[in-house]
Each structure stands twice: as structure tokens, then as C-alpha cells.
Ligand binder design. Sequence first.
Ligand SMILES: Cc1cc2nc3c(=O)[nH]c(=O)nc-3n(C[C@H](O)[C@H](O)[C@H](O)COP(=O)(O)OP(=O)(O)OC[C@H]3O[C@@H](n4cnc5c(N)ncnc54)[C@H](O)[C@@H]3O)c2cc1C
Length: 411
Amino acid sequence: MSEIMIIGGGAAGMMCAIAAADAGHQVTLLEKNEKLGKKVFITGKGRCNITNDSDVENLLQHTMRNPRFLYSAFYTFDSSRMMEFLTEEGLKIKTERGNRVFPQSDHSSDVIRTLERAMKKRGVTICLNTTVTDILVTDGQCRGVEVKDASGRKKELVADAVVTATGGVSYASTGSTGDGLRFAGKLGHKVTDVMPSLVPFEIREDFCRQMQGLSLKNVSLKLTKGRKILYEELGEMIFTHFGISGPLVLTASCYYTKPEDDLTVHLDLKPALSEKQLDERILRDFGANKNSYFKNSLNKLLPSKMIPVIVELSGIAPDKPVNEVTKEERRKLVALLKNVEMHISGLRGFSEAIVTRGGVSVKDVDPGTMESKKVRGLYFAGEVLDLDAVTGGYNLQIAWSTGYLAGISIQ
Ligand SMILES: Cc1cc2nc3c(=O)[nH]c(=O)nc-3n(C[C@H](O)[C@H](O)[C@H](O)COP(=O)(O)OP(=O)(O)OC[C@H]3O[C@@H](n4cnc5c(N)ncnc54)[C@H](O)[C@@H]3O)c2cc1C
């Protein structure tokens, strides 16, 4: 039996504690907040999309960075194991569209409560209001942590193994302030550059602000770098005061390369119609309102907030009677509706990012155990690692799987 300290009472830390306690170890969980799972609490808009009920191949396919590193973790503890575990611990779950798994109550707090109960049942010592300030290492062997309690008193806690499950750097208010990345860097691990992911885009064109609050369904969004298509999908998005957001945009942000690259978003407002069909549709609308001005002719085709923007971008005089709009003007209008271009000026910040891209390099961690290759007895789990996935329960599954694997691997 070993004495194990786990840094971070988030998704990965709690699952690691449970697995390590089941493996017969003496486990202490150190969490700097006054309660466990502050980030888990806000997941899935407070409903917690726990995992994705799909096979390992699918989990790997939806992992953006370093999926191969996750082979062992996913095959050891996949989404079905997670669902089984929660059910055995008394949590009722349900699966929704896209295989997204939620607690039946729609309350993330029930997931946290279940994990907390499971830890207590297994004798895990939970220390809240306890910030780890350093990881102690002697001769390449981890020997414990230095902590600071709520009153600011520092002390050393001796351990046979330490697990860093401190999360990334997004939504820092939940406690993920990058401490684990600093500890890892100081101990000789490579830490890849971090950037926000699953995050809205800031757009150069001012028309987004004009359409602020307008959400679109069944549109097609394409992200390109020069001629290269980085991402293309049908779905929903919303215009904001700074640019664009919504499910399509958040997923597209996973494919964002770097600020220097001139990335463009192309929006097809009528993906179900070919250019020819759209032209016929416009002609019909024009025909029904022969004497109306162009600016008043798009009501059936577009949401009202969008009409002034499209009218301006089309270059057709707003007060032109529709029966005077030329074929060439109509051709340009069709092309515009099939391709509204927006240039990305940047990503929103970490405070709005669902997940952190980058982190402790997986090259410095053993994928079969989650143990550091630099320091014996030091393990990593969860978002602190250079791993991230798209939305759909995949990021939490990374935390559960890596936490579990670390927990059972400690000698
Ligand atoms: C708004 C939002 C919604 C999301 N929704 C979903 C979703 O529905 N499904 C999904 O799969 N993913 C979702 N995610 C992503 C998911 O929440 C994270 O990927 C996951 O929580 C990462 O787990 P983790 O344990 O690695 O880190 P965290 O859950 O961030 O936990 C890290 C913990 O470590 C603690 N800590 C940090 N430093 C120290 C220290 N020095 N000493 C002591 N404790 C420390 C922190 O306080 C924190 O509690 C969402 C994220 C956000 C921000």
C-alpha cells in the first residue's frame, strides 16, 4: 500500500482517487477550492455532458491533439466503463442526441455528489482549501508536496506518489490556473504552448455586431486557410458583439492554426439549395413583389436582422425596384448567400474557452501508466496534459480515462 497525494479535485483527480483507493492505496485529494469539481459543475450548461456513449475508435477520432497517446487510457476505462461505474454508484444517467450522456436529473451537482460519495466510501481523505505550492522531488523520485492551507500556513506532506490533475488554464475562476503546468516545467517536462480552444472567434468585419444576438440554424460553416479547408459542417451559430459563436464555431476553433495565418470563415446561408435553386427562389420572391424595393424583398428568405447586412454586401442599391435588378446582380446575390465571408482577427480568451489546447507534453509521460518519464512517482491526468477534444462529452472522458489509468498504475 502506497501513500498517494492527488493534486486537484476536478474530474481527473476524483476519478484517480477512486481508482487508486480501489487498488488498495492510502489516498489524499488536495483541492484548493472550498468545494470539489467547480468546473464539472458548470459543464454542459450545468447539466454535465459526462461522456459520449460510443466506442474507443470514436473517442479517438474526436480527440484533436495526441489521440494515440490515449489508446491505453481509453481501452482501460472507456465511456461504457464510466457509465457502468456511475450507475453502480447510484447515479441515473440518460443518453441524448449525438450519444451525449447526462445525469437523468440534468444536474451536474449529482455527478459531483456521486464521485464525492464514492471517494468517501473508499476512505479517500479530502482536503479542501488546500493549495499545493510545490512538488517535492529528490534524486529523480517524487517524495511529496508542499501545501498552503486557508490560513496561509505551509507544510510538507510526504507521499510515495503524486498525481498532478490540476486542469488547464481556461475558466481560471474554477481553480484551473495553470499550477500543474508550472510544476511540470520546473521539474524538466516540456510544456507546449497553451491556447484557448472550443472558443468563439473574433471577426474583423463589423457586420457581426449589427447582427448581434441573431442565431442561425441549418447553416453550413467552412473554415479555410488559403485554399485549404480546415473544417466544414452543418449546424448552428450565433452572431455576437465581437464576432461569432455557437456550436459550429466552437468546434471550428479546434482547427484554428495561428494568429499569423489568414483564416476565413465561409457561411452558406442556404446549404440545402443549389445556386440554381436559390436563384429560382429569389426570382419567385421578386415576382411576387414586382413593385417593391430590393431592400424589402428578402423578408421570406432571411431573418430581418440580417437583411440590411446582406443588402449592403450585395452592392445592389437598396431602393432599386426588384424588377430592375439585373441577372448579374442576382448572380452576385446568390453567390453571397452561399458564401458570406468573415475574416478571423483572433480567438476569445481563456475565460471563455471550454478547454485548453497544449499543456504537459505527452512525450514526457508514459501513455501506459500516466507516469512522468522525468520524475519517478509523479503522474499526470486530465487537461493538464496536451490533450483536447471537440464537444460531446469527449473532454471529460479524457479526464476520467487518464485519471483512472493513473490511479490503477501507481505501485
Ligand atoms: C463552461 C465549460 C463547459 C464544459 N462542458 C463540458 C461538457 O459538457 N462535457 C465535457 O466533456 N467537457 C466539458 N468541459 C471541459 C471539462 O470540464 C474539462 O475538460 C475537465 O473538467 C478537465 O478535468 P480536469 O480534472 O483535468 O481539470 P478540472 O476539472 O479543471 O480540475 C482541476 C482541479 O484542480 C484544482 N487545482 C488546480 N491547481 C491546484 C493546486 N495548486 N492545488 C490544489 N488544487 C488545484 C482546481 O481547483 C480544480 O478543481 C467544459 C468546460 C467548461 C469550461
